[in-house]
Structures are given as C-alpha cells and as structure tokens.
Design a protein around this ligand. Structure first.
Ligand code: FRU
Length: 429
C-alpha cells in the first residue's frame, strides 16, 4: 500500500493512491506491452486535416453511442498544411460519423464560437438525444498572445439530425465548469513545470453506485517545505495527477471538485486523458504519457499506462507491475499517442492517433528541427490502427490490431487475433 498522507505539519495534498518512483523504475518494454510497427494507411480518410486526440460519443453508461445507425467521434483537428508541431495552437474540435465503423465522414467543426483561444481534448455524452461536449478551453479569451491557461468547459444544446444525412447542430451554450483551486489542484501561477495541466475532462457514471463523475488531467501542488519537495533533484516539477469532480445530482453541468484519484508526484508531469474501463467488477484507470515528462532518473516511454482498483476511489495498483500497458516499438518510439481504451466483445480496444513514423533515431525535439517538408512527410496525423488488449486482473497483453480508424459497431464480434491465427497455423504444422 502506498502511504500518501503528507508528513506531519507538511503542507501539500496527496491523492489516496499514487504511482511511485519505485513502481515506475520498473518500466520496460515487454512482448505484452509493445505495439507492432504501424504503416501509414493506404488511403488517408481526411487528407485535408491533421487529426490527433479523439473521443467517442458515449451514453451515460459509457457504451459507445449509435445514433440512427451512426457512430460519432470528435477529434482535435488542424489544417493539414500546418506544421504538425503548430497544431496545438489552433486546435479545433470536429465531429466525424460512420455507418460501419470503418469509413468516416467529416461533419465539420462542431462550434462556430467556443471558450478559449483554442480547444483541447475532452469527452462527449449522448443523454437521451441531448449532446454534451466536454472540452478544455485553452488560452485566455481575447488575449493577443497565445497563452496556456486551461479551464474545463462543457457545451450543451447539441442535437443530431439524420433526416438528410448527418448533422450535429446547436445552438450550443458553453459553461465554464472547473478551474484549479490551488490546494488540491495546482494553478498556473504555482507551477514550476514546462506546462501545467488542468484539462481533458472525461465523463464517467459508476456502474456500481450510479454516481456521476468527471475525471481530468491535473497537477498536485508541492509547496516548499512539504516532504515531497526535493529542491536539488527537482522532483516537485513532476507532479501529475488524475483529478476528479462529482455531480451529486447527475447534472452534466454542475460539478464539485474532489481530491485527486491518483497522483504521480516525483514520477511524471502529465497524466493525460484519464479514463476508466469497468470490467469484471474492477476499475481500470488509463492515462497517456510521454517519455519526456518522467521525473529525474526515471525513463519511460510515450505510452498508455494503467492502474486497477476494486473501487473507483480505490487503492490503484499499476498494471503489469510498472503501469506500462501499450507502448510503441523501439524503432518507432513516437508512432502513436493519446490512447483511449473502451470495452468491446470481451476485449478492451484501444484507439490512438498515428503520430510520427519513419524514424532515424531522432527525439521529438529533433524532428521539430528537420526541414519542414520532412516534418510533414513523417507525421501521420490520422487515427492509428486500433489495438486489441486482453485484460485480466492486474495483467494486460496486446493481442492484435484492427485497421486505422476501425471502431467496430455494437454487437460486432471480432475475428481471431493474430496470436490465435499463429497458434492455429502452428497446430496445423
Ligand atoms: C494529449 C494532449 C491533451 C491535450 C491535447 C492538446 O495529446 O496533450 O492533453 O488536450 O493534447 O493538443
């Protein structure tokens, strides 16, 4: 068990569960946690766009919605002409829809006006015909310079109309839901890190209690004098957490901040896009994180990490010992990012976006300094192949993959995995 209570008299607020430096020191690629190498899709479904963080329209109980036979997803997007590294500065949320979970159509930008200078990731709720879009308002409205402030926002008023094709329309009303309190959640002016985080809201109804929650990416304040402050090594600069807020009435627009579910002080600065998959009576909490956001003397990967507990507010333990669930192969370490897991047909599927490919051993920073044409050529900017994950207790294993953008429809059964086909071939030998 992790002892996360602050030392006596020491300021600082800790989550009930933590990702410890000891656990993270065990991070190592294994056959179970390393994705195969991806190649660019034969046809880019959205050649006019860079596409990255993506989420699905889901029902209150977390099921992927099918509205009049359409799957609906939302992505952060930018014009494909833009340099890939600049996309975060202009991110716009668009909707896409598909009648078969394979071919997707662009329904256009969701909002004509939204809060923030640009919009970062979120989640979407389909509640009895009403669409709520949770997102991050990044940047200060009206400021001339680009700023990095982050607020958690929801837009209400969306409806899907399929009388003549597919249309998602408002009028939308934007509601500011949450901002950091400075005590449990670090504010921008308290941050010592490269970029603080308070973003990526994700709606979750607990199937055991029926209670309604909003998870998000945040940081835990580590004031000077707290026992976690380590001036020399600078561990306090790596203070990622998974935040949570509660809606006592279930109203998707009324939330109260609660103490974080999990933190990673001294371990990692960014626990991105937290989300939960409930399975076999257990809560699987997943986050994405980067190689470059690990604390001193730790080395991790651009990867999906996960934890499991018996209750939503439980004592989370890292999956596979270290927390590593799905990472990129060593010769393509940045090929995918921003993984999102969801249950399907007894497995857990993981969608992600196809990031940079065709490596010659560069770091992300070095890629950003390559000639512009080369940066563009090597950027996927589309959805990657969906991974198939076998999950059992505290262990997970990547057992195969589907196509780029492939999100099976409800009730569709998955074919045999690559592993099963291989086993059959050997049995026939
Ligand atoms: C993850 C992420 C999110 C954020 C978005 C900004 O890929 O960093 O946390 O919402 O990208 O582009």
């Amino acid at each position: 068990m992790n002892d996360h209570s602050p030392g006596e008299g020491a300021p600082g607020y800790r989550a009930r569960a933590g990702w410890t430096r000891e656990q993270a020191a065990g991070l190592e690629r294994t056959g179970e946690t390393t994705a195969p190498v991806f190649y660019p899709p034969e046809t880019d479904q959205m050649p006019h766009l860079h596409i990255w963080d993506t989420w699905f329209l889901r029902e209150r109980d977390g099921t992927l919605a099918e509205v009049d036979g359409y799957r609906v997803c939302f992505s952060l997007t930018a014009p494909a002409e833009l340099l890939p590294g600049k996309r975060h500065d202009v991110a716009t949320i668009r909707a896409f829809y598909s009648a078969d979970g394979r071919e997707w159509q662009d329904a256009g930008p969701v909002f004509s006006e939204a809060l923030g200078q640009r919009q970062w990731a979120g989640s979407a709720l389909y509640d009895d015909g009403d669409v709520y879009l949770f997102y991050t308002a990044a940047g200060t409205d009206g400021a001339e310079e680009l700023t990095y402030s982050q607020r958690i926002v929801a837009a209400s008023g969306g409806r899907v109309d399929t009388t003549d094709g597919f249309e998602l329309r408002g009028p939308w009303t934007h509601h500011e839901l949450l901002s950091p309190d400075g005590e449990r959640y670090e504010r921008e002016d308290q941050s010592r890190a490269m970029i603080y985080t308070f973003r990526d809201p994700w709606f979750f109804e607990d199937p055991e209690t029926g209670e309604t929650w909003l998870l998000f990416e945040a940081n835990s304040p580590v004031p000077e004098g707290s026992d976690l402050f380590d001036g020399d090594a600078g561990k306090q600069e790596f203070n990622g957490s998974v935040g949570i807020a509660h809606s006592p009435t279930g109203d998707p627009l009324a939330w109260e901040l609660e103490a974080p579910l999990l933190d990673a002080v001294g371990v990692n600065q960014e626990l991105e896009r937290p989300h939960v998959v409930y399975r076999d009576g257990l809560y699987y909490l997943f986050i994405s994180s980067h190689l470059h956001t690990f604390g001193p003397e730790l080395s991790g990967y651009d990867a999906l990490y996960g934890f499991v507990a018996e209750e939503l507010h439980g004592e989370y333990v890292p999956l596979n010992g270290s927390g590593l669930v799905a990472t990129n192969p060593p010769n393509a370490p940045f090929q995918a990012y921003s993984w999102m897991a969801f249950p399907h047909d007894g497995e857990v599927l993981v969608q992600n976006f196809f990031n940079y490919f065709d490596f010659a051993g560069e770091t992300l920073d070095e890629i950003a300094h390559l000639p512009e044409s080369e940066q563009r050529r090597r950027f996927g900017g589309t959805l990657g192949p969906t991974l198939r994950l076998d999950v059992s207790g505290t262990r997970t294993e990547i057992v195969g993959k589907l196509g780029h953008w492939e999100i099976p429809m409800a009730g569709e059964s998955l074919g045999p995995t690559e592993r099963e086909l291989l086993a059959r071939a050997h049995a026939d030998d």
